[in-house]
Design a protein around this ligand. Structure first.
Ligand code: CA2
Length: 152
């Protein structure tokens, strides 16, 4: 079966506040801008994007499980769940799709509690601290991983 040309874009809790609060940390772009950036990057490779943002862990997990059926990979900014959620990590490893982890801010230069990611070792791609432009790079790198798997 040919791999679907669709990516799931997941944004976790509080990322709906992008551009509204804390611009000094996260910039002024909104969640809609993020979705547009990722969608345009994906389109350049012939992929479409299904975007989900939720403040509820279970909603994110259901979206990840559903991606198993019709997506080729997952770009995820898990928000604060990055540093707390074994269940989100288990969902990602359970669907066995290639994953790109993206963070807008440089979590390694912030508070110590942000230095550990439960997602990091189930992700093939990591883009950290490049602002919202990092979503485009995460898409580009994930598409390379998907292409490599298809060849190999
Ligand atoms: O830098 C990132 O992308 C983060 O994933 C953002 C999370 C944070 O918990 C991670 O440590 C790093 C926070 C998302 C909340 O975003 C907001 C945006 C605007 C205003 C308030 C929160």
């Amino acid at each position: 079966m040919t791999a679907p040309r669709r990516l799931l874009l997941v944004n976790g809790p509080n990322l709906n506040l992008l551009g509204v609060r804390e611009p000094e940390v996260y910039g002024t772009a909104t969640l809609d801008d993020v979705v547009r950036i990722a969608t345009e990057a994906a389109a350049a490779h012939g992929f479409e994007v299904r975007a989900v943002q939720s403040n509820h862990e279970g909603v994110l997990i259901d979206a990840i499980h559903a991606a198993r059926l019709d997506c080729a990979g997952i770009v995820i900014n898990p928000g604060g769940l990055t540093h707390t959620s074994v269940v989100l990590r288990d969902a990602l490893s359970g669907v066995a799709l290639p994953v790109a982890e993206i963070h807008i801010s440089n979590v390694y230069e912030r508070e110590a509690f942000r230095h550990h990611s439960y997602v990091a070792d189930v992700a093939a791609v990591h883009v950290i601290g490049e602002g919202v432009g990092g979503y485009a790079r995460a898409v580009d790198l994930l598409v390379e991983v998907i292409a490599g798997r298809a060849e190999g």
